[in-house]
Design a protein around this ligand. Structure first.
Ligand SMILES: [Zn+2]
Length: 438
């Protein structure tokens, strides 16, 4: 049988079926999709590939999905560190955004972020930012999969002057990219404290009509919850429930402030929780109770947040932090085991984004979004358990090859669809403009 490619690897972890590690197997890829996962010997007998890859010390996993980014903010990486969330946001980030954010900024910042993400094994990102049309175009040009947030916020920005314009422009972006195979759009109201009731009600209705998810920062820190209680007598989660926004469509990001009632609410409404442990730690926002949420049957996925509060877009590192802090918070070293962390970055993320028919595992029929990690390096030897090595020991320099929809984007650490020199140059030019003294 003729196929586009065969990828032979020392180990393959398809994530579905769960908890399986295959040794000396191959992945047959045809027309952008996974055709079959079979033993290397059977693959050699059955298929005639156009191209074959022999990754003798590598593990193949499904492409990592970063479920919460502000990609363009990579240009603010390291600009304002070691500050509280509200100080960081109101005195540093919002003023810098007011001064610098335009279509060119978004294009250059997103390109920088995508280059970093591909080199770290990320094949899909869920973004929330201004000029989302530029983010989508930049993702298409790079060949990476992207979920593009149609941002809504109460105050004027360079992208839109009022709520009506945010909706008009958002719907245009939705229409423009609806037939692009690598792009899906979703609503992205910024946060409960920056979006008022009327636009939130409208989003609840439109999300149903357009059949798209809703991506929002929720219960990011204690101040957000206590201020909301003072103003309305309700927690932000209770308010979102009353506005009709709590459902399987909701991706609630951060969720560091949850009592038992909140966890019950989230579980009952099947809300997806997007955990960003490094951003939460860096801004000292609070701690998300991942183990308790998972015990309550809640789907928890993983994101890095933007580079202005992380400061990297490293999903291997994020999995490690999630597994470690998950144990610390639960007071139980059995909480958030390595495989659970890998699922949070793959299949759980795909479910949250309603993309689990397409990505999130290496089941036949799904898109061939595949990452190879070389576990033959010093850092990951000896090797008793590849899942353990990926989560607890490997660094992203060990990611060697990346495919999205069967198209290779990284080959032996070299980016194939992006001009690294041009990206470096653009980053340096923005640095000079944003802070000329350095
Ligand atoms: Zn965020």
């Amino acid at each position: 049988v003729l196929v586009d490619s065969l990828i032979f690897a020392r180990w393959i972890i398809p994530v579905e079926p769960a908890d399986r590690v295959y040794e000396y197997h191959a992945l047959a890829v045809h027309q952008g999709r996974v055709l079959e996962l079979l033993t290397a010997e059977a693959a050699r007998g059955k298929y005639q590939p156009q191209v074959s890859y022999h990754l003798d010390s590598h593990v193949l996993i499904p492409g990592l999905i970063n479920t919460h980014t502000h990609a363009a903010m990579s240009l603010f990486k390291g600009l304002a560190d070691d500050l509280s969330l509200m100080d960081w946001l109101t005195n540093h980030i919002w003023p810098a955004e007011g001064k610098w954010v335009d279509p060119g900024f978004v294009q250059d910042g997103t390109r920088l972020a995508i280059a970093e993400m591909i080199r770290g094994g990320t094949t899909c990102f869920n973004d929330m930012y201004f000029f989302p049309d530029r983010t989508a175009e930049t993702a298409i040009e790079a060949g990476i999969r992207a979920c593009i947030g149609l941002i809504v916020i109460d105050f004027p920005t360079a992208w839109a002057k009022d709520t009506q314009e945010y909706f008009e422009k958002g719907e245009k972006v939705h229409d423009k990219f609806r037939h692009q195979p690598l792009i899906r759009t979703l609503f992205a109201p910024h946060a409960p404290y920056t979006v008022s009731d009327a636009p939130l009600k409208k989003i609840a209705v439109l999300a149903e009509e357009l059949d798209i998810p809703v991506h929002m920062h929720v219960h990011e820190n204690a101040q957000e919850v206590s201020l909301a209680r003072e103003q309305s007598g309700m927690t932000p989660l209770q308010r979102l429930r009353d506005l009709g926004l709590l459902s399987q469509r909701m991706l609630a990001v951060h969720m560091t402030q949850l009592d038992e009632q909140d966890i019950e609410l989230v579980s009952r409404y099947k809300v997806n929780v997007i955990h960003c442990p490094e951003s939460n730690l860096k801004l000292a926002s609070g701690l998300c109770q991942v183990h308790a949420l998972q015990q309550a049957g809640v789907n928890v996925a993983l994101g890095t947040d933007g580079s202005a509060s992380n400061n990297d877009l490293d999903m291997l590192g994020e999995m490690r932090t999630a597994a470690l802090i998950g144990k610390g918070i639960a007071g139980d070293s059995r909480a958030v085991p390595a495989m659970a962390a890998l699922k949070m970055a793959t299949i759980n993320a795909a479910r949250a984004l309603d993309l689990d028919q397409t990505v999130g595992s290496l089941l036949p029929g799904k898109a061939a979004d595949v990452v190879a990690i070389d576990l033959g390096e010093i850092e990951t030897l000896p090797l008793y358990d590849p899942v353990s090595q990926i989560v607890y020991a490997a660094g992203r320099h060990q990611v060697t090859d990346v495919w999205v929809g069967g198209r290779q984007l990284l080959r032996n650490r070299e980016l194939l669809t992006l001009d690294v020199e041009q990206i470096r140059q653009a980053a340096r030019e923005w640095q000079k403009k944003i802070r000329p003294t350095v």
